[in-house]
Design a protein around this ligand. Structure first.
Ligand SMILES: [Zn+2]
Ligand SMILES: [Zn+2]
Length: 377
């Protein structure tokens, strides 16, 4: 790394606190047993600061995937500032560049320059002046302007406040500094950076095989739900990253709860039919690509089968969407007989889609035995 390109302020801050923790934490644990109060405060602050980054900096400011009440916005900003991740302007600008140029050189944290570049080293490099053209919707927000101007000072200030508060409540200032401040900042930093590194490395490329971004349940646990990163890169405006009900995504649950309390609104969701169609078209492209190199006798038959099943699935998914919309409309008009008929047609179509989907999966397995399915180039 060229010394001229080093962002000294960020580098010194991150390296210094890592070194201090490395020495101080073992020493602290040898000589102290932290009280439950201190441990719980550290966990609560970790969750509050982590969720404020994912729900605030990421899904609200960077992607505008929902609107939020001003008081909630202030809280999100307060705790996100406590995470020492710079201002919203800097964060959102870089993140939008990451989405626009993902996996290219202009992507500030492209994983193609290596795992550790994406994880932490990008943070140590000078990135030039703030590109205001990337954040035209945020640049006139007075609260954000103030935060940007005093970002470092404010981060220290809110952490000192947290330190004094936790230290005073539990009468343990050393424990507050070690766990609720030091260790908590370390964990939230690395959990967030994992989204740029590990979430572009290990997992399933469900919706786009060409992106490095992956869906990974285990990462979702550490990243407050941001582990479904392949979905997020394809459908970035969706307020959810884990779209299925069983996907672990506490950030989406927080936003949803806020909306039910009347504190958030305009939650953007991508139609599940659109995402299903995307799955089929992505698989179709991969299957046909793989079959190009196959010399097997039934190559043509397999290619035809891929086209036939994917066309049929596409058609049935559109049909299902139309029926569901129609059903919702007739339900409003209280036309019982019509809505009952529609319900049974929806049931039939769903079972056809399920059967076709099983055939599709079988076909995928058959093709993968003949040729490798390239998931990422
Ligand atoms: Zn990404
Ligand atoms: Zn994003």
């Amino acid at each position: 790394m060229d010394l001229k390109n080093i962002e000294w302020k960020a580098t010194l801050f991150v390296c210094t606190y890592h070194l201090i923790l490395l020495v101080f934490l073992p020493f602290y644990f040898i000589n102290n047993t932290p009280s439950w109060g201190i441990v719980m405060s550290a966990i609560i602050l970790m969750v509050l600061t982590g969720l404020s980054i994912t729900a605030g900096y990421h899904r609200f400011y960077s992607h505008k995937s929902y609107s939020v009440n001003k008081v909630v916005e202030f809280f999100l900003l307060f705790f996100a500032t406590m995470s020492f991740m710079g201002s919203v302007f800097e964060w959102a600008s870089k993140h939008r560049l990451h989405h626009r140029f993902v996996d290219k050189d202009q992507d500030p944290y492209t994983v193609n320059k290596g795992f550790f570049h994406a994880h932490i080293f990008w943070f140590f490099q000078k990135s030039g002046p703030l590109d205001k053209s990337t954040i035209p919707d945020l640049i006139n927000n007075k609260l954000l302007k103030f935060q940007h101007k005093h970002a470092s000072f404010l981060s220290f200030l809110v952490n000192i406040m947290a330190f004094l508060f936790v230290g005073y409540i539990f009468n343990d200032y050393v424990g507050a500094l070690a766990l609720a401040i030091g260790l908590r900042i370390f964990l939230v930093h690395h959990f967030t950076w994992f989204i740029n590194s590990a979430a572009h490395y290990w997992g399933e490329r469900t919706y786009s095989k060409e992106l490095t971004a992956v869906d990974n349940f285990f990462l979702a646990i550490f990243t407050f739900g941001e582990g479904y990163h392949n979905y997020h890169h394809v459908f970035a405006s969706d307020y959810r990253n884990g779209v299925r009900w069983y996907h672990y995504d506490p950030t989406k649950w927080l936003i949803w709860t806020l909306s039910k309390l009347g504190l958030a609104s305009d939650l953007v969701t991508i139609d599940s039919y659109i995402s299903k169609k995307r799955l089929v078209s992505e698989d179709r492209r991969v299957f046909l690509n793989a079959l190009q190199d196959v010399t097997s006798l039934n190559k043509q038959a397999l290619q035809d089968k891929v086209k036939k099943i994917s066309d049929k699935l596409d058609e049935k998914i559109i049909n299902l969407k139309r029926l569901v919309n129609e059903y919702k409309e007739t339900k409003k008009k209280i036309s019982r007989i019509k809505s009952r008929q529609l319900k049974s047609r929806i049931k039939q179509t769903k079972s056809v889609v399920r059967e076709e989907w099983n055939d599709w999966l079988k076909l995928g397995k058959e093709i993968s035995k003949l040729a490798p399915l390239h998931t990422y180039h």
